[in-house]
Design a protein around this ligand. Structure first.
Ligand SMILES: C[S@@+](CC[C@H](N)C(=O)[O-])C[C@H]1O[C@@H](n2cnc3c(N)ncnc32)[C@H](O)[C@@H]1O
Length: 289
């Protein structure tokens, strides 16, 4: 039977030879999951024997990953903003860029709004990543989370229950903000924003994710444009909108925001890589000034 050290080395080598990015890190995550051990233990117990059943499970995981299936789909979870979320191929795997959106939404909510009665919409919720983190950190807020995919909403439903926020997150099936029963104070959205023609040129892992979660139409702006147009009717007078997008799309989205919200102030937040990632549109700020 191989030791943990050997299993780790072999996994690393196979992944590297298959061209998997971050092969060492992924090897560690795979071994941790198969052995059901925390990270520190796989290093502390390097001589531990790996059973034949564990070897078999590990080789199944490696085989799937060699096909460039995303690790999150193989393991069935992804950590986002410190929270483990169920992910399946019916949902986009939450990205670190989106943590910028969550962080800024929390900042705006806590600094500038009447937090006690805050009503929020997370449009295109997928796993529920944004909605459930806002619910965790804003315990008095009510949140609507919409998606046009019923399968995605089933995953979100599992996640909001598992994290005990189902009493404050209402899942709604439908197009963008159409299913919302009332106007809201804050709209957050990470809608699909990749231009259709760019998708096949992106890394193989992305091709496993649902097209409806990625494809933003010819310029990548179809859903964002529709949301800005819809939002003017559904955002309360002091409300704000936070939209994640590609840095190249920011100027166009800002132009649209000025068209639909001439009274509002706009701003841009950068992600951890320093790229313009989140457009903010704040109705209240400009009116108060
Ligand atoms: C980029 S994914 C984001 C998922 C999640 N919010 C996140 O940040 O990880 C976009 C989501 O929007 C949903 N979606 C796409 N078009 C939509 C529409 N017209 N109305 C509602 N949801 C939509 C997709 O099904 C998908 O779950």
């Amino acid at each position: 039977m191989p030791s943990l050290r050997e299993a780790l080395q072999q996994t690393h080598q196979i992944l590297e030879a298959s061209g998997i990015p971050d092969a060492r890190l992924e090897a560690e995550v795979m071994v941790m999951n198969v052995m059901r051990m925390p990270r520190q233990d796989i290093f502390a117990q390097q001589e531990l024997a790996v059973s034949s059943q564990q070897q078999e499970t590990l080789s199944q995981v490696i085989d799937r990953r060699k096909q460039r299936e995303p690790l999150a789909y193989i393991l069935g979870y992804k950590e986002f903003y410190g929270v483990n979320l169920l992910v399946t191929p019916d949902v986009l795997i939450p990205r670190p860029e989106t943590e910028t959106l969550v962080e800024h939404a929390l900042f705006m909510s806590l600094m500038g709004m009447e937090v006690a009665h805050l009503v929020i919409a997370d449009v295109g919720t997928g796993t529920g990543a944004i909605a459930l983190n806002l619910a965790i950190h804003l315990p008095a807020a009510r949140i609507y989370a919409t998606d046009s995919s019923e399968k995605a909403l089933m995953v979100a439903n599992y996640n909001i229950r598992r994290h005990n926020v189902a009493d404050r997150v209402t899942l709604c099936h439908g197009d963008l903000m159409e299913p919302l029963p009332e106007p809201v104070d804050l709209i957050v959205a990470n809608l699909p924003y990749i231009p259709t023609a760019r998708i096949p040129t992106l890394q193989p892992e992305i091709q496993w994710e649902p097209a409806a979660a990625l494809d933003g139409g010819e310029q990548g702006m179809d859903q964002i444009t529709r949301l800005i147009a819809q939002a003017s009717e559904r955002l309360n007078p002091q409300g704000s909108i936070l939209l994640e997008m590609d840095p190249e799309q920011v100027p166009l989205a800002e132009e649209l925001a000025r068209q639909y919200f001439p009274e509002a102030e706009t701003g841009v937040e950068r992600d951890l890589a320093g790229l313009d990632r989140v457009l903010t549109i704040s109705r209240g700020v400009a009116e108060e000034a």
